[in-house]
Design a protein around this ligand. Structure first.
Ligand code: NAD
Length: 436
């Protein structure tokens, strides 16, 4: 099938190369010239395991090309995906300006029947908005359909998630339009959930908000554990053993970040308000998430007697492992808190340091993990990269001014840290101090 994907970010590029690898003719469209130059050279502008390999292969096989012209790509395509960003605006509602401008350009390229697919995460009603823009641009109603096909991939395992999706959600007004996507995705042999536009749009928001709620819930339990002396690790394990609950997204830690959960939980809260429902539970889910990092940093500040004049090592900057994405990463809030209260920071991340350097040229960056803690008054583990799980804690401790470890993701055991001569502080568990 001939397919165009507008927006070659995490979602658009992965979707484009996977569809191209299935033998479709794909045109990737972006308005960022430097991205296009990299893509044409077979270089992935983002870090995503396995992505560059599929990109190179599909370019060589002639199944994917890249352009900056939406109209040109649409003219040659039966199905056009919109996969541009929908970041939160100042009031928390999703900024749909990129979606609207792309819809306008799509309209100018439609020559024959085209299925326009909204893959960006958008509020309920956005399908109608895109349809209205294309219709108002003079495209006859029988020449196009708008379909909602929300994306559920996770950065870090995006290719596998696309190939092995739990479900493919397709929301459409007309059955024929939905069937076009069923045909496109059929070779993946995944369960397809076909519904109306509004339901498809809401499925995405509801799914992400539910997962964020699970994390906030266990993080709230972690706070109770800190107050009453229970261990949240044991509590989570006991709770998760119930099949109705499951251990997924029940790991206590610094809270959720990234480009999706913060924006989508805010988005659903906003959409609910717009439709006249006060979704108080979601407001609390957000509040717990924000206070989780603040509480962790309060504990560290108390231990150090404030951050002024203190040097803090930050291990991990990406919002989660296996990605270079730092959008709403907890590392940023942590760095800003230390700097704001007069401390200094040295940070290390296997892939995300360059992205943080653009925001914080004012901190030091270690070139490998054993440099990060040199002269530090405390070491904070922020992102649970596998490389950090294997790290030699004795070697790290030997470089520190004060042997204090704050483990924000509970990746070390208190016993291991204490054996390495470190004071161990974590989430939802009593602190452990080496014997004098
Ligand atoms: P992204 O920022 O990585 O990529 C968006 C791309 O669109 C960029 O390359 C940008 O240059 C391009 N773009 C923006 N405006 C354009 C225009 N007018 N014309 C052409 N190209 C344009 O975003 P992303 O992370 O891929 O997210 C895209 C959408 O998918 C968002 O709505 C997001 O919420 C949703 N989503 C993201 C993920 C994820 O894990 N990243 C998962 C599921 C859903």
């Amino acid at each position: 099938m001939k397919v165009a994907v507008v927006g070659t970010g995490y979602v658009g590029l992965v979707t484009g190369v996977v569809l191209a690898d299935m033998g479709n003719q794909v045109i990737g469209v972006d308005n960022d010239p430097s991205k296009l130059a990299q893509l044409r050279a077979g270089i992935s502008p983002i870090y995503e395991p396995g992505l560059e390999e599929v990109l190179k292969r599909t370019i060589q096989e002639g199944n994917i090309t890249f352009t900056d012209s939406i109209a040109e790509a649409v003219e040659q395509s039966e199905v056009v995906f919109i996969a541009v960003g929908t970041p939160p605006a100042a009031d928390g509602s999703p900024d749909l300006s990129a979606v609207k401008s792309v819809a306008c350009s799509i309209a100018s390229g439609i020559r024959s029947y085209t299925v326009v697919v909204n893959k960006s995460t958008v509020p309920v009603g956005s399908g109608g908005l895109v349809e209205g823009i294309i219709r108002d641009a003079g495209v006859p109603e029988d020449l196009f359909d708008v379909v909602s096909n929300p994306e559920f991939l996770r950065e870090g395992s995006a290719i596998r998630d696309t190939l092995e999706a739990d479900r493919i959600v397709i929301g459409a007004k007309r059955r024929e339009a939905a069937m076009k996507l069923v045909e496109l995705y059929a070779p993946l042999e995944r369960p397809m959930h076909i519904t109306d536009l509004a339901s498809a749009e809401l499925i995405k928001y509801a799914s992400n908000s539910f997962l964020a709620m699970k994390i906030s819930f266990i993080n709230a339990i972690s706070r109770i554990c800190e107050l009453c002396g229970a261990d949240v690790g044991d509590v989570a394990k006991g709770v998760a053993a119930d099949k109705r609950i499951s251990p997924l997204f029940l790991q206590p830690g610094l809270g959720w970040g990234g480009s999706c959960f913060p924006k989508d939980v805010q988005g659903l809260l906003r959409v609910s308000q717009d439709f006249g429902y006060d979704f108080k539970l979601l407001a609390e889910v957000i509040e717990i998430n924000e206070s989780q990092t603040a509480n962790f940093m309060d504990r560290l500040s108390k231990r150090l007697g404030g951050f002024s004049g203190k040097h803090i090592a930050v291990m991990g900057l990406a919002f989660k492992p296996n990605t270079d994405d730092i959008r709403y990463a907890k590392s940023l809030a942590i760095i800003e808190r230390v700097l704001g209260e007069g401390g200094t920071v040295r940070a290390y991340d296997p892939v995300a340091a360059a992205n943080v350097r653009e925001i914080h040229p004012d901190i030091e960056y270690a070139s490998h993990v054993y440099e990060v803690a040199e002269g530090a008054d405390a070491l904070i583990l922020v992102t649970e990269w596998n490389e950090f799980k294997q790290v030699d804690l004795v070697r790290l401790r030997e470089t520190m001014r004060q042997p204090i470890l704050f483990d924000g993701r509970r990746i070390y055991s208190a016993a291991t840290a204490v054996k390495a001569g470190l004071e161990y502080h974590s989430i939802g568990v009593a602190s452990s101090v080496p014997a004098q």
